[in-house]
Ligand binder design. Sequence first.
Ligand code: IVH
Length: 700
Amino acid sequence: MTKAEAKTRIERLKKEINHHRYLYHVLDTQEISDAAHDSLKNELARLEAKFPDLVTPDSPTQRVGGLVLPGFKKIRHRVPMLSLNDAFSASELADWEIRLKNFLAKSRSTDTKHEIPNTGYDYFAELKIDGFAVSLEYENGVFIRGSTRGDGRTGEDVTDNLRTIEAIPLRLQTPVDAERHDEARRILKKFPNVRRALSNLPSDMEIRGEVYITKRAFDEVNRAQDERGLPRFANPRNIAAGSIRQLDPKIAASRRLDFFCYGVATECGLETHEEEHAIARILGFKTAEPARVCKNLDEIIRFQEDIGKRRDALPFLIDGVVVQTNDRKTFRALGVAGKAPRGAIALKFPGAEATTVIEDIIIQIGRTGVLTPVAKLRPFEIGGVTVSRATLHNMDEIARLDVRVGDTVIVERAGDVIPHVVRVLKNLRPGRAKKFSMPRAFCGQPVMREKGMAAHRIADPARCALVRREQLYHFVSKYAFDISGLGPKIIDRLLDEHLIQDPADLFTLDEKEIRPLERFAEKSAANIIGAIRSKKNIALSRLIYALGIMHVGEETARDLAEYFKTPEELIRATEAELEALPNIGAVVAQSIVQWFRNAENARFIEKLKRAGVRIKQERAEERDQPLRGKNFVLTGALETMGRDEAKGRIRALGGKIAASVSRTTDYVVIGRDPGAKLENAKTLGIATITESEFLKMIAS
Ligand code: IVH
């Protein structure tokens, strides 16, 4: 390949990779598989390695690595990064509106140029993301610098770390790129101002937003910290902040950070804040949903209440709602008071932190035999729920907090994250405060702590009745066998009455056996047996998860079920084979092999089989999907149907459609006037089919 050819190809690849980045990170959809995406990136990396002077800062290959710097450079923000004043109630919000109105009335009387709109104003309400504020600078569309808020005027240069975040475009999307997406077309139609602004965008653009980490990624990072014997992070915000301020960009890259844009600092002719969100999406950013225009305070309060109810279900943490005047001129006219703009306010959820007293520290044993110290708290209300326990995670955490029985502590409940102790108020420590130490034995077994591990555990969890109980709860839980009506109380009863010993016994339980039990009315006995029986045919991924193998969560279980089609295949798998799978490391592989090698576990699997538990196909319609797993690319116009119809037919039959040809493409369908994709198919040796061949394929 000549250098000129490489250059063209590199440009195309960059565009294509960015297109898929946008689909995945902003629109939450996927046209091509992760593997195909990786393969595009690999091709780009190979070309760039061959022609190093063709590497540009906006190349997706520039997201990882980078140099470890001795410290961060200081950056002065062109537009200051302000903070927000808080309101905690409807009445505080009403006070804010009164202040606004008064201020505007006063300003209008001296506003000879009639710059302050005289209309009543709408508000824009959006989620207040609990993360870490950053500013992103783009020069001629290319990401050149990113910085932390710092003191609001001067921040730190964290460009290399921000580059690792896939949700941050390295090159702003142009309207032409954006119009490939339905959503962008809709936005451009709805907001003519956005279209106008885009056609005349300043060469320097400054974007504001929040770096954050999802609740799920937070749990995973903490699990990884545990495995390495490192201290846990108290909350997702700490990870976001800590990772961005890490001098080694590889750490930022390993933390799976994400980004929401909430504002455009550069003046570019937009009239409302809503338009700022709209333009952000066209430029290739993600904005947090839901967000909306509110006509008055009632609508804002309703929005906040609604968000409050859905808060736990959101995949990321929020700590309130940000409200501002939607009209930008009004917002500017309101100006800044102290460090916060008058035109905006953070309407916070009440009581995310509260203080209470530690009454005791007890030990809880989990289904893998790990001992977790738990603080029993003097019951108190936080965010509308009564809390009486908080996890203390492990002994390192107890040492870090220096927490003792009798201490007064600050407890935080952030979204649905389990309440945790943030800090001990040492001045309030009573003389009789008692230090906690891990028991030497539990369940008749010695307690040990493996080298490098944060957790204490018992050696043979299967021999501990408490662990078996936990395993049973887990086995029937929502993402495992999902047996409704079979809560911990009933399981406890069944165990106590010796009707079951392990989960396999559930499937051979008889209605007659449980009917005599107190509180098991005939109807519920029948219901319970029915619920259990209905789950005898189970998806492999659920079964794997239900087994409660250490380090095998829901995601890993799904990955395993995708690769191994039967339990037998998984049982026979070697560590090397497991480790070769994506997302499975040495620790997990070893844990799986050990679990299946254990004779008792093997007997348990046999028992499940004898009890009638069978694996069902993950998808019933799989058999009717002749194109399942096949990747298609369409090029040129089809005579008999439109492109969308063709895509729909392929998808309905289980196939996937990609926008460009790669090594993972199975068929390229050639229509009239095919484009460069035909050439690419030939170069890569991918099968091309005519329209009539395609029609036969989808008719079968
Ligand atoms: S607007 C005028 N919108 O909250 C300041 N801020 O206390 C511009 N934050 O430092 C902030 N989500 O880090 C705004 N949707 C959102 C936000 C948001 C989170 C953070 C931001 C800021 C802090 C202000």
